[in-house]
Design a binder for this molecule. Structure first.
Ligand SMILES: [Zn+2]
Length: 255
């Protein structure tokens, strides 16, 4: 019988790593930041980690350990937020990319789960793939904006710890959600991206935007399933566009 092993690199030996298919690796990136009073601080890492593990099972590819810290300016005033310096994050991600390439990965898909990481992650992807001698490809996704959107419109509002994110957490880690502390807060967003502490303070008065009380596990399950499905197709399409065919697969039946 064929069964699938998730190849989380932290869980396999170097000898096993030598024999696995290194065509594709998935890298979740999150943050440790306040998510209202009801979601865990690591929410932004939990969600892409789940998507990567599930898509990894389907694709038989490598799943790299999650980068749990992120760059979190807006949530900085709230206890529990670790706001990484964005240059440090940029360099850290760029180093992971170059090390992935040195280890034989040909396509690295970064699943970013936090808005404040988007710029440093994209800059790292650009720099690492365009330096002299680089040959690998990187896809940098803000998963909640780019995966599963063709099927669902759940993430229609740019909420933080709101309905969508809470639904998704209820679906994958319900025990970590303090439902009784969920609230609704309707923030007013400026029309353009305004870099201002004052505006951030106004939007994130409660470290939450949207209606977390409307969250439900079923929508979250639907959303996560759509995101996983979409990631699997995206990886296949990208490999095709790059003209890459997967190498020998891990001999799963022997394990
Ligand atoms: Zn979040």
């Amino acid at each position: 019988m064929k069964y699938v092993i998730v190849m989380e690199i932290k869980d396999i030996t170097g000898k096993e790593f030598e024999s696995v298919d290194k065509t594709v690796a998935l890298l979740p990136v999150g943050s440790i930041e306040r998510h209202g009073d009801h979601l865990p601080l690591g929410t932004d890492g939990e969600l892409p980690s789940f998507i990567a593990r599930e898509a990894g099972k389907r694709l038989g590819c490598i799943v790299l350990p999650t980068v749990w810290y992120g760059s979190c300016n807006a949530m900085r005033p709230f206890p529990g937020t670790f706001d990484l310096d964005q240059d440090a994050l940029y360099k850290y991600i760029a180093s992971i990319i170059t090390e992935a390439e040195r280890n034989g990965i040909r396509l690295l898909v970064i699943l970013n789960g936090h808005g404040g990481n988007a710029t440093p992650v994209q800059m790292a992807a650009r720099a690492a793939t365009h330096r002299d001698g680089a040959g690998m490809a990187v896809v940098a996704l803000d998963w909640w904006k780019e995966l599963g959107t063709s099927k669902l419109q759940l993430f229609k509002a740019p909420g933080h710890a709101g309905e969508d994110e809470t639904s998704a957490m209820l679906a994958i880690a319900g025990g970590k959600v303090k439902v009784g502390d969920a609230i609704r807060f309707d923030a007013e967003y400026p029309r353009a991206r305004v870099y201002s502490k004052a505006i951030d303070r106004r939007i994130y008065q409660r470290a939450l935007t949207g209606d977390a009380t409307a969250a439900n596990e079923d929508s979250g399950k639907e959303l996560m399933a759509a995101a996983v499905e979409d990631l699997v197709s995206l990886v296949k399409e990208t490999l095709k566009a790059l003209g890459i065919t997967a190498e020998r697969k891990l001999d799963r039946d022997r394990r």
